[in-house]
Design a protein around this ligand. Structure first.
Ligand code: ZN
Ligand code: ZN
Ligand code: ZN
Length: 96
C-alpha cells in the first residue's frame, strides 16, 4: 500500500466558508464538500458540477483534503492518490 508523504503537512485549519466558497459566490450547488487541510479552503467534490476542490489543488498544489459534508474522518492526498485516516484530527463542521 502506498503511503502519503504529506501527512506531516496536514494542518489544523478553520474552514473558510459554510459551503463551497466558489459555488456560494456564483449561486451554484454541490454534492459533497472537501476541506483543504493546508489553508482551510472549502470546495466541492468531483461528483459536483464544478469540482472546485480539485480545481483548488490544481491551482495551489495543496495536497490533502478532508471529506467534510459532514466530517467523515478520512482525507485524500491528490499527489499520492491515497486515502488518509485522519483519526482524531477531523475538522468540526463550522466556518465563518
Ligand atoms: Zn501525500
Ligand atoms: Zn464548488
Ligand atoms: Zn488550500
Amino acid at each position: 500500500m502506498f503511503e502519503c508523504r504529506h501527512a506531516e503537512q496536514i494542518e489544523d485549519v478553520t474552514p473558510s466558508a459554510p459551503g463551497c466558497e466558489e459555488c456560494l459566490r456564483t449561486g451554484s450547488w454541490w454534492v459533497h464538500l472537501r476541506l483543504c487541510r493546508t489553508c482551510g479552503h472549502v470546495g466541492c467534490c468531483d461528483d459536483s458540477p464544478n469540482r472546485h476542490a480539485t480545481a483548488h489543488f490544481r491551482s495551489t498544489r495543496h495536497p490533502v483534503i478532508e471529506g467534510y459534508d459532514p466530517p467523515e474522518g478520512w482525507g485524500w492526498c491528490y499527489v499520492d492518490e491515497v486515502f488518509i485516516d485522519l483519526g482524531e484530527r477531523i475538522t468540526a463542521r463550522g466556518g465563518v
